[in-house]
Ligand binder design. Structure first.
Ligand code: URP
Ligand code: ZN
Ligand code: ZN
Length: 470
């Protein structure tokens, strides 16, 4: 039995912050108490610092195939979870996209094996529900995957070859409800996006900045509204991933105030970066292209207000990193087709930066409190995705996923100082005052002052329980 005592810090949970020592035994939180109450094999000093639950990022895309399997993201499960650990995130939940020559179930089981062999921190997997024409037996597979821990399924309302129509959404939502699964949607009206993209291409407006024009606020707000109405007609809760538009957040708000069990996620790139930051970069703007797009600066306050009031419940990253250069061992990356936005692989990195960026842009200016920060980045993700109370709070019996957070450090984010394979950082040059100085995963001190002490494969696969939507 090994034990660690974290002394002198302020423990911040979603419901309260208290000064307490934290005793860790055999990978779990054994007790919280006052100074001098406990002894342990090892003591870690947290005086003047905060002690937070490890971050949970429920939206990553590691070694993830895109663009009809012609390329994939740069970080594998090792790179991505190692970067996550450096940033204070001790759990990630990634996605399984059915491979063309495999069933969804086989793809899921193989991806689980891949993740288990490489992960530094704990990993779960959501299943992506493909159009029925790709696999007639997809519903059978989905049902069987609940027992393998896939208690959340994602539906795409946009993207050729992935988007499902309303009738498939309704059937999928019904099945999710019957099996206590949380349906998630990528909410953009794919027909509106495709039509606008077509118009832009025909009129020669193909530069990178036009990507945002193809993904207007209306196409996101319409899809959010429709997805919620469809979920309501079935009676299931719903989770909307990467809400980027304040108009879309307003649709969510209108339903939340009526008590509809819909939850929304936004991402740091929509809060801290704006269209104005990349619009004039020419082909290099590819670095910022993701869907839905990073929008105008004037859009940001509408998202912050919804985080403040709890209309948006989660901040995850949608980490889908590609390189601007073209490493020999990777398939085509961001600059595969300069000047032609439809071919830019979509996605931005952020798994390592999430907590620091949210602290700096959210807690420091007063949009959210430290407890709200914990709720958005750990507690709500754990509850909604079936990991609570094992993860998501610092309470007796929970996994000892713990971050010692120094809010008085001074650090400038840079690609060079970041651990993902992506060769740029959209937060380059941002000065942040809060940083994770020590990171524990199930009681193991995996990062200490920026130094990693963990091997590939130490992370465990999380077979998740049913969602808790209160
Ligand atoms: O542009 C993005 N968001 N890429 C990742 C795939 C997705 O839609 O979530
Ligand atoms: Zn998406
Ligand atoms: Zn995504």
């Amino acid at each position: 039995m090994t034990s660690t005592l974290i002394t002198g810090g302020t423990v911040v949970n979603a419901d309260a912050a208290i000064d307490a020592d934290v005793l860790i035994e055999d990978g779990v939180i054994a007790a919280l108490g006052t100074a001098g109450q406990f002894t342990a094999d090892r003591t870690v000093d947290a005086h003047g610092k905060l002690v937070l639950p490890g971050g949970i990022d429920v939206h990553t895309h590691l070694e993830y195939p895109v663009d009809a399997f012609t390329t994939h993201t740069a970080d594998d499960f090792y790179d991505g979870t190692m970067a996550a650990a450096h940033g204070g995130t001790t759990t990630v939940v990634d996605f399984v996209k059915k491979e063309p020559d495999r069933t969804l179930r086989d793809t899921y089981l193989r991806r689980r094996e891949t993740a288990e062999g490489k992960a530094i921190v704990d990993v779960g997997l959501h299943a992506i529900v493909p159009p029925l024409e790709q696999q007639a037996s997809v519903h059978e597979d989905l049902k069987s995957l609940v027992a393998e821990g896939a208690t959340s399924w994602k539906f795409f309302m946009a993207y050729p070859s992935q988007m499902v129509d309303d009738s498939e959404l309704l059937r999928g939502f019904e099945l999710a409800m019957e099996h206590d699964v949380l349906p998630m949607v990528h909410a953009e009206n794919g027909h509106m996006v495709a039509r606008e993209m077509d118009r832009l291409v025909k009129s020669g407006e193909t530069s990178e900045r036009s990507h945002k024009t193809a993904h207007e606020h209306g196409s996101e707000a319409e899809a959010v509204h429709r997805a919620i109405v469809l979920a309501q007609s079935v009676g299931t809760p719903l989770y909307i991933v990467h809400v980027s538009s304040a108009d879309a957040a307003r649709e969510l708000e209108l339903q939340r105030v009526r008590g509809v069990p819909v939850r929304g996620e936004t991402c740091p790139q929509y809060l801290a970066i704006s269209y104005e930051d990349y619009a004039d970069l020419g082909p290099q703007a590819a670095a910022y292209l993701c869907s839905p797009p990073i929008r105008e600066r004037s859009n940001q306050a509408g998202l912050w207000r919804r985080l403040q009031t709890g209309v948006l419940s989660v901040v995850a990253t949608d980490h889908a990193g590609f390189c601007l250069s073209q490493p020999d061992d990777l398939p085509p990356q961001k600059l595969r087709s300069p000047g032609y936005f439809p071919k830019v692989p979509n996605g931005v990195p952020g798994v390592e930066d999430r907590l620091m960026v949210l602290w700096e842009t959210g807690v420091v200016p007063g949009w959210i409190t430290p407890s709200q920060f914990v709720d958005l980045t750990a507690t709500q993700p754990a509850k909604l995705f079936g990991m609570f109370p094992q993860k998501g709070s610092i309470t007796v019996g929970a996994d000892a996923d713990v971050v010692i957070w120094d809010c008085a450090s001074d650090h400038v984010i840079s690609a060079e100082g970041t651990h993902t394979r992506t060769d740029y950082n959209i937060y380059e040059g941002m000065r942040v005052s809060g940083t994770p100085t020590s990171v524990f995963s199930r009681g193991e001190h995996v990062v200490d002052n920026g130094v990693l002490d963990a091997h590939a494969g130490r992370g465990r696969f999380l077979s998740r329980n049913a969602p808790q939507i209160l």
